[in-house]
Design a binder for this molecule. Structure first.
Ligand code: ZN
Length: 186
């Protein structure tokens, strides 16, 4: 027989007189504590207490660096879909659609959003606002496009001088790139 419930890290889940500390737990002063956010399993036959990790989704916070794919470009903004919070493998919870206003694309004056960001580009952006809508910024050297595809042949563009270049088509495109364009692994 097994008894299950959700537990928090550090939460007391059993005592050593009654249970053996199993996976996802640790022992402290005769108590068994959960090491994880997860689901406690008390195996009543084997007398083992263990906790299985839950992988709770990430909630966006102001200041987070995120990766997002540009899905549409309008006159005054780019519309994006957030893929992940940088450094987190967990999924993002809630609303993943976001916008980058024309004034938040670059520290230089942006005449047209479409000259700096294009649909299907992947950008690293900073979260400026979470509610009522997610607003992102690509202002700053480490923010901006990290991966862009050639408009004509869809091959990944390579950084060449200050522009992006497609060797197949022998043409360049302009973007507001991040300082590590082309080096980000997903
Ligand atoms: Zn091309």
């Amino acid at each position: 027989m097994k008894e299950k419930r959700a537990v928090l890290p550090g939460e007391e889940v059993a005592v050593v007189e009654e249970f053996i500390p199993g996976e996802g737990t640790y022992e402290e002063n005769g108590k068994i504590l959960s090491a994880l956010f997860g689901e406690l399993e008390l195996d009543l036959d084997e007398k083992i207490a263990s906790v299985v990790a839950k992988n709770p989704p990430v909630t966006l916070k102001i200041g987070d660096a995120v990766f997002a794919e540009v899905t549409d470009v309008r006159n005054s903004m780019a519309i994006c879909e957030i893929i992940a919070v940088e450094g987190e493998e967990r999924n993002v919870t809630g609303d993943t659609s976001a916008t980058i206003h024309i004034s938040k694309v670059s520290s230089a004056y942006t005449q047209e959003v479409g000259r700096e960001l294009r649909p299907s580009d992947v950008v690293r952006a900073k979260v400026l606002q979470v509610k009522p809508s997610v607003q992102l910024s690509t202002v700053g050297p480490h923010l901006g496009v990290v991966l862009a595809l050639c408009k004509r042949c869809r091959a990944p563009l390579k950084k060449k001088n200050k522009a992006l270049y497609c060797a197949t088509c022998d043409r360049t495109e302009n973007r507001k790139t991040s300082d590590d364009y082309g080096e980000v692994k997903f």
